[in-house]
Design a protein around this ligand. Structure first.
Ligand code: ADP
Ligand code: ZN
Length: 640
C-alpha cells in the first residue's frame, strides 16, 4: 500500500509532488510560444545586398563610395555613401540600398586591401554594426513567453487563494489559516463550547500536554499525535479544535482537506508539507484538518470521482508528515470528519489518527447550555424561556442553535425591540425549520413515538432475564435513526445460550410492541430492529441447532437474509421458516404481555425521555422504579 511507504527520502517526496505530464505539457507550451513569438515579432533588419568582392566591392572602394565596413572572418559588411542598385541575390529582384555584404576570397591580398581602405579613409570596425536583433533582444524575446505564462499562473493561483503573497510562494503556500494566541481575534476557549462535555474532557489532557510538554515527557508518556473529531456537521468540531488551541495558548493552523484537492496535481501535497513545516516552526502548535474524508477516503471505497491521483498524493503526504514527527515535536494534529466510516484504514493506524473523539447532536440539557453560550452577548427580554426553546429544538446541533439566536436578534433589531423577545426567537426558529433543506427538528408526534419506542426497548431490556444491561437510551436523532437504546454486555461473550438469544429478540421487539400498544399502529422506525430479530432467529434455527424440529444440524447456506437450505430441499426450507416464525411469535407474545403488565413503567420512562432526551442507566432504572444496577458481575469482589 503506497500509504505505508512512511518516511521517505527527500527526492522521492519531491518526485511525488511534481507530476511529469503536467510539467512536460508546460514546457511544450512554452517552447511553441517561444517559436511563435520569435517568428512573429518582425525583425527590422535592414535589407542588405550581397555583392561580389570583385569587381563591384573593390570598385566601390576605389570610387570612394564606401563609408564603413566591418569584417568577421571572410564576411565583410559595410555601408555605402550613396545608394547603388544591385540584385539582392541571384535571381531575385533588384534592390537599391546603401548596405551590402560581401565575401573576401581567401587568396585576396590582405595588405593590398588594407592599403586601399586606408587610402579611401573607410571606417573599419571589427564587429558588424548591425545584426538585426541584438543578443540581448533575442534573449529577452525568447524569455518573454515564459515570463508571460508564469505571470498567468501566478495570477490564477493568487486569484484562487483569494489572498496576496509573493509570486514564488503562491504555487505551494499551505493556505492554512493561522490563528495566533496573541492575535486580536477573541480567544476561543472551552467556555465557548457547550453540551459536549465528554469530548471536552478527552481534549483536556492534550491542553495540559501542550502547556507543559516536559511534565509528560519526563515520565515517558506518549501523547496522541492525531485526534479524530467525528460527528455530524455543526456539532462543533471546528469550534472544539479552536478552543483547544485557545486553552493551550498555542498557534492554530487550520485547513480544509477539500481545498487540497484542486486543479493542479501536486499542489495538495506541497501544501500539506508547507503546513506542517510552518506548524513545526511554531511548535507547540495545533494543526486542524477539516473534512478529512475529502482526501482520506478509503482507497477501496468505490471509484473516486476525479482527482484521484491528487487525493492519493495528498493523503500520502499527510501520512508521511504524521509519521515524520519525532517524540520532541509538540504538534498535535486534529482531524474532523462526519464520515469516519469511509476513512482509509492507513489514517487510523497507531501513531496517526489513533484517538477518536465522537461528537453527537446535543440532548435537551446540552442544547440549553449551547443556547446559554450564544445569548451571552444578547440582551434578552424577561419573557424569554430558554428551557422551552431547548425543548422545542430536538435534533438541532450547535450551529443551528447559534443560528436561531442570531436570526432572533436580527428580527428583534428590525422590529425595533430594545431586547430580544421570545416571539422573535420563536419566529426565527420557525423560519429556520421551514428554510432548512434537511429536517432539523423532530415534530412533537415523532418525539413522542420515538420516546415510547425507545422506552419499549429499555423496559424489555430491564425486565427480561438474561438480557444485556441497558446502559443508555436516547431520542436524539442519530444518523438515519430517530433514537437509540444501548445495551452492552457485562463481559465479552464468546458463546451464547438460547435464553440470551431469546432475550435479545425480545429486547429488539420491545420498540415495536410499545408503539403498537400506545399508538395502535407501528411505524417504519423499527426496520433495523426487524432485521436484527430475523437474523438472530434464523441463525438459532439454521446454524446453532437451537430448534428441536431441525436439531443440531447446519441447514442454512448463503449469507444475510438470502439464505437457502444446504440440502436444497423445499421441505427443509419450509420447516426452517416455520421455526423462525415460531421463535419470533413466541417472543412477541412474551414482550406484549411484559409491556402490558408494566405500562406504568413504560409511560414513566417515555416521559423521562421526552424531558431529558438521553438517560443513563441509573436514570432509566429510577424512572422505571427499579433499584440502581447491581455492580458489574465481571469484576471480582472480595467477600469477607
Ligand atoms: P463543525 O465543525 O462540527 O461542522 P462548527 O464547529 O463549525 O461545526 O460549528 C459552527 C458554529 O456552531 C460554531 O462556530 C458555534 O458558533 C456553533 N456551535 C456548534 N457547536 C457548538 C457547541 N457545542 N457549543 C457552542 N456553539 C456551538
Ligand atoms: Zn428500535
Amino acid at each position: 500500500m503506497p500509504g505505508d511507504s512512511g518516511t521517505s527520502g527527500d527526492d522521492q517526496r519531491r518526485r511525488r509532488d511534481v507530476s511529469w505530464p503536467v510539467l512536460l505539457a508546460l514546457v511544450a507550451v512554452m517552447v511553441s510560444l517561444n517559436v511563435l513569438v520569435v517568428a512573429l515579432v518582425p525583425n527590422d533588419r535592414p535589407v542588405r545586398a550581397r555583392i561580389p568582392y570583385s569587381p563591384l566591392f573593390l570598385d566601390q572602394v576605389r570610387a570612394g563610395n564606401v563609408a564603413s565596413i566591418s569584417s568577421q572572418g571572410e564576411t565583410v559588411q559595410g555601408q555605402l555613401k550613396r545608394e547603388i542598385t544591385v540584385p539582392k541575390a541571384a535571381g531575385e529582384a533588384k534592390v537599391t540600398t546603401q548596405l551590402f555584404s560581401t565575401e573576401v576570397p581567401t587568396f585576396a591580398n590582405d595588405t593590398e586591401l588594407a592599403d586601399l581602405l586606408e587610402r579611401q579613409q573607410v571606417e573599419v570596425n571589427a564587429k558588424p554594426p548591425d545584426t538585426g536583433r541584438s543578443f540581448l533582444e533575442t534573449v529577452l524575446l525568447s524569455l518573454l513567453p515564459a515570463l508571460l505564462l508564469l505571470g498567468v499562473i501566478v495570477f490564477v493561483l493568487r486569484r484562487m487563494s483569494g489572498a496576496g503573497g509573493t509570486a514564488a510562494s503562491a504555487f505551494a503556500r499551505s493556505r492554512a489559516r493561522r490563528v495566533d494566541p496573541a492575535a486580536d481575534a477573541p480567544r476561543i476557549t472551552f467556555a465557548d463550547v457547550a453540551g459536549i462535555d465528554e469530548a471536552e474532557e478527552e481534549l483536556e489532557q492534550i491542553v495540559d500536554f501542550l502547556r507543559d510538554p516536559d511534565k509528560y515527557r519526563r515520565l515517558g508518556a506518549r501523547i496522541p499525535r492525531g485526534v479524530l473529531l467525528t460527528g455530524p456537521p455543526g456539532t462543533g468540531k471546528t469550534l472544539l479544535a479552536r478552543a483547544l488551541a485557545g486553552e493551550a495558548q498555542v498557534p492554530f493552523f487550520s485547513i480544509s482537506a477539500s481545498e487540497f484537492v484542486e486543479l493542479y496535481v501536486g499542489v495538495g501535497a506541497s501544501r500539506v508539507r508547507n503546513l506542517f513545516t510552518d506548524a513545526k516552526k511554531a511548535a507547540p502548535a495545533i494543526v486542524f484538518v477539516d473534512e478529512l474524508d475529502a482526501i482520506g477516503r478509503s482507497r477501496t471505497a468505490g471509484p473516486a470521482t476525479g482527482g484521484h491521483d491528487e487525493r492519493e498524493q495528498t493523503l500520502n503526504q499527510l501520512l508521511t508528515e504524521l509519521d515524520g514527527f519525532d517524540a520532541s515535536t509538540d504538534v498535535i494534529v486534529l482531524g474532523a470528519t462526519n464520515r469516519p466510516e469511509i476513512l482509509d484504514a492507513a489514517l487510523l493506524r497507531p501513531g496517526r489518527f489513533d484517538r477518536r473523539v465522537p461528537l453527537q447532536a446535543p440532548d435537551t440539557a446540552g442544547r440549553r447550555q449551547i443556547l446559554d453560550v450564544h445569548v451571552r452577548s444578547v440582551p434578552l427580554a424577561a419573557d424569554v424561556d430558554l428551557d422551552r426553546l431547548a425543548a422545542a429544538t430536538t435534533g438541532m446541533v450547535g450551529a443551528d442553535l447559534a443560528n436561531v439566536i442570531n436570526e432572533g436578534a436580527l428580527l428583534a433589531a428590525r422590529r425595533g425591540h430594545p431586547q430580544v423577545e421570545m416571539g422573535d426567537l420563536e419566529e426565527a426558529l420557525e423560519k429556520l425549520i421551514l428554510g432548512a433543506e434537511r429536517r432539523i427538528v423532530l415534530s412533537p408526534e415523532d418525539r413522542r413515538r420515538s420516546a415510547y419506542h425507545e422506552a419499549g426497548h429499555a423496559i424489555a431490556g430491564l425486565l427480561t432475564p438474561g438480557a444485556d444491561p441497558v446502559r443508555k437510551v436516547s431520542i436524539v436523532p442519530h444518523g438515519e435513526s430517530l433514537g437509540a437504546t444501548l445495551s452492552v454486555p457485562q463481559a465479552d461473550r464468546f458463546s451464547y445460550d438460547r435464553g440470551y438469544l431469546e432475550a435479545k429478540i425480545r429486547v429488539a421487539l420491545g420498540g415495536r410492541v410499545a408503539e403498537e400498544l400506545v399508538f395502535d399502529e407501528v411505524s417504519t422506525g423499527a426496520q433495523a430492529d426487524i432485521k436484527q430479530v430475523t437474523e438472530v432467529a434464523r441463525d438459532m434455527v439454521g446454524a446453532w441447532g437451537m430448534s428441536d424440529r431441525i436439531g443440531p444440524i447446519l441447514v442454512l447456506a448463503g449469507n444475510d437474509l438470502s439464505w437457502h437450505p444446504v440440502d436444497g430441499s423445499p421441505d427443509t426450507a419450509r420447516v426452517v421458516d416455520e421455526e423462525i416464525h415460531r421463535i419470533v411469535e413466541d417472543a412477541l407474545d412474551a414482550v406484549r404481555a411484559l409491556l402490558r403488565d408494566n405500562r406504568a413503567r413504560l409511560d414513566a420512562v417515555a416521559a423521562a425521555l421526552l424531558e431529558h432526551e438521553t438517560l443513563e442507566e441509573d436514570a432509566i432504572r429510577a424512572a422505571a422504579g427499579l433499584p440502581p444496577a447491581p455492580p458489574p458481575a465481571g469484576v471480582a469482589t472480595i467477600a469477607g
